[in-house]
Ligand binder design. Structure first.
Ligand code: ZN
Length: 297
């Protein structure tokens, strides 16, 4: 089964990626204790990052989206692996706004309608690919579409949705990317537009019990297609004590000595997951030695 699939038209000029990201958005809400509107915003961004991460080819490739708008939630960060596994962070998790004029959670209000989307594709070696595009609406799906069209010149339709329960937990989340590959003609574009326009919101489709396979079938209605990939993606943080140690060492010997003096145990919290790493004075001194070795090199 799996909650993530990609499917390509047999003609080779259309591809879609579809995810049921309910588990991912729910885990993010439990970790970050977000207000309902921020849950929707972070859930949409994580959904987009997972979809985009799944497009990467290399095993070590990763993708980072920083969404920096002028809204009260501050900046959002999502990091996806090429497996589609994803983790995220938001600067101000508990800001809340009234519903917007459509009676929906005001995602654009908490994100902000001005700012930029900063996307880094890291290939595990060499220079990463960096794309910067301005925020166009703050609703995130349109901003991702705009990124693909202007920065990567790939005609794209993106839909993202998160439904939040009244108890603030996540009911449903999901999304898709539909992309044209070189050679797609006008007739294909018209057919796809008709398919997309006929679709209800993605969270409604998922609430009716439909799967990513069903959604791919709706997007590619009238096309013969193959399922390219099908797997499970989840919210996953890859932090470790070793990584935290390396980060502390980069602070330098002086700062570490200061920390060792200030309190008997220094706590370092991961931004992306609930893990807390503790270092006592002896352990910090070990890191100070390593920091000094680094500067001596
Ligand atoms: Zn972590």
């Amino acid at each position: 089964m799996g909650n993530y699939i990609s499917a390509m038209a047999k003609s080779g000029d259309v591809i879609c990626y579809v995810i049921d990201s309910t588990g991912i958005a729910a885990r993010a809400e439990r970790i970050h204790r977000t207000s309902s509107t921020v849950t929707a915003a972070l859930g949409r961004l994580l959904t987009a990052a997972s979809l985009m991460g799944g497009r990467l080819k290399g095993e070590r490739d990763s993708l980072t989206i920083q969404l920096k708008g002028n809204g009260p939630a501050g900046s959002f960060l999502a990091v996806a692996e090429s497996t589609g596994d994803v983790r995220g962070y938001v600067q101000n998790p508990v800001v809340e706004l009234p519903l917007n004029q459509h009676g929906k959670l005001d995602v654009a209000g908490v994100v902000g309608k001005e700012g930029y989307l900063h996307i880094v594709r890291d290939f595990g070696f060499g220079e990463p690919y960096i794309g910067n595009t301005p925020i166009v609406s703050g609703e995130i799906a349109e901003d991702i579409t705009h990124y693909y069209v202007t920065s990567e010149q790939i005609p794209t339709v993106c839909a993202l949705g998160v439904l939040v329960n009244t108890d603030l937990t996540v009911l449903k989340a999901g999304g898709f990317l539909l992309q044209l590959l070189p050679g797609a003609g006008e007739d294909i574009i018209e057919k796809l537009e008709a398919n997309v326009n006929a679709m209800p919101p993605i969270t409604q489709i998922l609430s009716e019990g439909k799967s990513p396979d069903d959604i791919a079938g709706m997007l590619l209605d009238g096309f013969e297609y193959d399922i390219m990939e099908r797997h499970t993606t989840e919210y996953r943080c890859d932090c470790s004590r070793e990584r935290v140690e390396r980060a502390l060492i980069t602070l330098g010997a002086d700062d570490l000595a200061e920390m060792a003096k200030e309190q008997p145990v220094t706590k370092v919290e991961c931004h992306f997951c609930p893990k807390i790493y503790r270092f006592n004075a002896d352990e910090l001194r070990g890191l100070i030695d390593r920091a000094q070795d680094d500067t001596a090199k």
